[in-house]
Design a protein around this ligand. Structure first.
Ligand code: TRP
Ligand code: SF4
Length: 356
């Protein structure tokens, strides 16, 4: 039977989102909800794969993230918004998919290898001594193991997320492509063993502009350079005023370099944000004025603030229109819809596996 496209995507609940998350993913989701049948998942179990040592904020972070989804315009009457842990079928399918997933596939997953290295690097002393370490430290200084079954199995759980709803299109960023490739491979392995149950989910690559943080590096919560999606007006102003501009520019009359240079120089973060928040004509004129040394950076930042205030006001107002109890209601009605589909899929899976 040919099914209509199902869009599935998820985010780990990291709490409040920043505008990098918005321009990189969330904005696309908001557009997709009008054109496809969509499910958007708060992947709280995925959060545990590296963060099991401290779960004290996980509930709060789920709510904060969903509030930002709603603020950005996800509409629970147009798409299904739910939390992974509310649908235990994700775990059952992940277990079954684990049966057909070769260990070597997971061990070769570049994301896993990189993340292990990255997390280990935080223990600079051991890294300097050339010692491989797969331990991370929590805030209390207690070290905990990272070479876990759960972390290695991250892509299996992610495959289960998508396949449980027969997801066919997965809007993800470039960084998630290896995981999606693994999802397809796992679907193929399952179908090969038990018959054609799953379609292979395809990536939905939508244009995602690079969003620099206030210090011109990639915007990231952990760098402390992020502008929150619903940043308060006063702190938005403080952050924009403190943003890095063209480092070679000392005076307003110096010729500026708004765009990133080919040698991978970061360019001007303020200019990058103009390209997101101002229209094309303004951006073109601003680039020319900057290169000609016709205006100072603080005036340029004032313009940026003016461009951002409209969209930020709108997001903040929408966020404020929801109460905590509204978020809970969105999640519980989403879970009900998700569970109805998940139950059916698991019945198909069990039948294909001759478990029923
Ligand atoms: N791994 C994704 C991320 O870190 C989140 C995620 C979980 C996801 N399950 C998913 C994305 C299913 C797409 C489909 O961003
Ligand atoms: Fe950046 Fe604007 Fe200053 Fe040019 S004038 S360097 S675009 S802040």
């Amino acid at each position: 039977m040919k099914r209509a496209d199902i869009v599935f995507s998820g985010m780990r609940p990291t709490g409040r989102l920043h505008i990098g998350n918005y321009w990189g993913a969330l904005k696309n989701w908001v557009g997709l909800q009008n054109r496809y049948s969509c499910l958007f998942c708060v992947a709280d179990w995925h959060m545990l794969t590296t963060g099991y040592n401290d779960t004290s904020h996980i509930q709060e972070n789920c709510r904060e993230m969903v509030l930002d989804w709603l603020a950005a315009g996800l509409d629970p009457s147009k798409c299904v918004i739910f939390r992974q842990s509310d649908v235990p079928e994700h775990a059952e399918l992940a277990l079954m998919l684990g049966m057909v997933t070769p260990l070597s596939m997971l061990e070769h997953n570049p994301t896993w290898k990189e993340q292990l290295q990255e997390l280990a690097k935080t223990k600079a002393g051991m890294a300097a001594a050339g010692e491989a370490t797969h331990y991370e430290e929590n805030k209390q200084g207690v070290s905990y193991e990272l070479r876990t079954f759960g972390f290695l199995g991250y892509p299996v759980l992610q495959a289960a997320d998508v396949l449980l709803y027969h997801g066919t299109k997965v809007p993800v960023g470039q960084d998630q492509l290896p995981h999606l490739e693994l999802s397809r491979e796992i679907a193929r392995k399952f179908n090969h063993a038990f018959g054609p149950v799953f379609a292979e989910p395809q990536p939905l690559l939508t244009s995602a502009p690079k969003v620099p943080g206030t210090d011109s590096r990639k915007m990231s919560k952990s760098y402390g350079n992020a502008i929150d999606l619903c940043e308060a007006a006063a702190s938005l102003e403080t952050k924009v005023k403190a943003m890095y501009t063209d480092p070679t520019r000392k005076r307003a009359t110096d010729p500026g370099h708004p765009e990133p240079c080919p040698e991978n120089e970061p360019g001007c973060a303020v200019f990058s944000l103009h390209t997101l928040y101002a229209d094309e004509a303004f951006v073109k004129a601003r680039g020319e004025d900057c290169r000609a040394g016709r205006l100072g950076c603080s005036a340029c930042k004032k313009d940026l603030l003016a461009e951002m205030s409209g969209p930020f006001d709108a997001f903040r107002a929408r966020r404020d229109s929801y109460k905590v109890s509204d978020v809970d209601a969105v999640l519980s009605s989403g879970a009900e819809k998700a569970r109805a589909v998940a139950r059916e899929t698991m019945a198909e899976v069990r039948a294909a596996m001759r478990l029923r």
